[in-house]
Design a binder for this molecule. Structure first.
Ligand SMILES: [Zn+2]
Length: 496
């Protein structure tokens, strides 16, 4: 398109702009025919959201995405940009991005009339055709549609207004592009009426002056389903003009969720130490979000964003990085205990129900981590005998470990616990693995046993025998008991 510089050349080229929703539709059809991946980077929506989205676009609908926070709604809307033509011919300097072949505004019409085929045109890249606005109750018609200077308007004696006196708002500036409004129900009813009028009738009243604006815009919205249905703050005529209503959701499987977090979290730190995040650490971080979404102490209506595991993983890596730097280690391997250092990225990401308020955000978060560790540990250690290690603690052993302890120290200090290293190897860490990796695996085993309440951990004593549960018999005692049971006579009563 670089070869076309003037209106005359554009006319000759035969290239005609299409209405924006037709353009997006046609480009989508091409991608579908070519078998291209649609919406790359959006994970877990292949069978749910994306087919509905494709149908909406093929139908040339304005649409709304309904979903809780952190469900990639804004990301989907921004990805629509890829469905626009790479460049669009426009009249230079026009705020409406007027089509050189069919200008809307009076100034451009005048230019075309006077300059004719020699008029220079410019090419607008597609990124510049996407306008996004977060709706808040204080957004005005002036922000959205525009404003006029009433004195100028009166002086000019305007009837159906002359756009020369108008300061355009966001919507006109999105002309021939996509206008995204996030959290639509937060937009005042009056503004929604204004939007509707522009879409439906092509005119709007500003300060009592009727303004005619035949805009060509694809409108897309997001909303929280609670606001949308329960509070019903989207005015009916506008709701009626929204062709499709598409529901988003949180990742259904842990592996999808892990893939999203892996893609989004900043863990590979250029210029820093190499980072190796063990699979079980990723799983526990993800499981914290799953637990939170199911926890009745946490408000379901506001949801638990996917940003929770993303920022948590970043803090987990940072805590491990800090330890590695302090201990002059060459490799960063996060441990499960590092997740407790990520509380600042967890407690702010959910709203508590009354019961949760009583317990306090920090304690709720600690409970979530503990049960997440328990779940993941149970999965990894299903059917594996952990008694040897538990016995060591039951016999009075204690391990005072801290999350700042170097990997070498941790490995050395835990060597006294029989069977611990063997259990740690069940996580997949190699026999000759690096000290930070082995330390992390050992930490996972200890935290897992804590989560299962088979051993306990306190700030003063570190790891020790479970203090709440009754003491389990050691294997030797169990054997002794079994032998006793086989004996005839009154000795049987020991078993009670
Ligand atoms: Zn113009």
């Amino acid at each position: 398109m670089a070869a076309i510089h003037t209106l005359g050349e554009l006319r000759q080229s035969g290239r005609r702009s299409r209405p924006v929703r037709q353009e997006i539709r046609e480009n989508l059809v091409c991608k579908l025919q070519a078998g291209e991946t649609l919406f790359p980077g959006i994970i877990g929506y292949e069978d749910s959201v994306i087919p509905q989205l494709v149908n909406a676009i093929l139908s040339r609908h304005n649409f709304i995405l309904l979903g809780l926070r952190g469900q990639a709604k804004s990301r989907i809307l921004r990805a629509l940009v890829d469905l626009l033509d790479e460049e669009l011919p426009v009249i230079p300097g026009c705020e409406l991005h007027d089509d050189p072949l069919a200008p809307l505004c009076a100034a451009c019409r005048t230019r075309v009339a006077t300059e004719g085929d020699d008029m220079l045109i410019s090419w607008l890249p597609r990124d510049a055709r996407y306008v996004e606005k977060l709706a808040t109750p204080d957004v005005t018609i002036a922000d959205m549609v525009g404003d006029i200077d009433p004195i100028k308007a009166a002086q000019a004696g305007l009837n159906l207004s002359d756009e020369l006196t108008m300061h355009y708002g966001l919507l006109p500036r999105a002309n021939r592009g996509i206008f995204a409004i996030n959290e639509l129900p937060d937009l005042a009813g009056k503004i929604q009426v204004g939007l509707f009028n522009i879409l439906q009738e092509g005119d709007v009243q500003i300060k009592g002056y009727p303004i005619r604006l035949r805009l060509d815009v694809m409108l897309v919205f997001t909303a929280n389903p609670e606001d949308y249905t329960a509070r019903g703050k989207i005015i009916t005529p506008l709701k009626d003009r929204i062709g499709s209503e598409i529901r988003t959701h949180y990742p259904v499987t842990r592996s999808n969720a892990m893939a999203i977090t892996k893609q989004e979290a900043w863990t590979e730190r250029a210029g820093g130490l190499p980072v190796e995040v063990p699979a079980y650490v990723r799983e526990v971080v993800e499981e914290v979000a799953f637990q939170a979404r199911a926890d009745r102490k946490i408000d379901k209506r506001s949801g638990v964003s996917q940003r929770l595991p993303i920022t948590t993983l970043e803090l987990v890596v940072s805590n491990a990085e800090r330890r590695a730097l302090a201990n002059r280690e060459a490799l960063v391997v996060p441990r499960v205990t590092d997740i407790y250092a990520a509380l600042p990225s967890i407690t702010g990401k959910f709203e508590l129900e009354y019961e949760g308020e009583l317990r306090g955000a920090e304690q709720v978060a600690r409970d979530l981590i503990r049960s997440a560790v328990g779940n993941v540990f149970t999965g990894v250690f299903d059917g594996i005998d952990t008694r040897t290690v538990i016995e060591w603690f039951d016999l009075g052993g204690t391990l005072p470990l801290g999350d700042t302890m170097s990997a070498a120290d941790l490995v050395a200090q835990t060597r006294v616990v029989q069977g611990l290293r063997e259990l740690a190897e069940r996580t997949g860490v190699l026999k000759g693995g690096s000290a930070p990796a082995v330390a992390s695996a050992i930490d996972f085993v200890l935290e897992g046993l804590c989560a299962q309440k088979k051993i306990s951990r306190s700030d003063e004593r570190g790891y020790s025998a479970a203090d709440t549960a009754p003491r389990r018999p050691t294997r030797r005692e169990e054997q002794a008991l079994e032998e006793e049971i086989r004996l005839p006579g009154p000795k049987k009563k020991y078993y009670n």
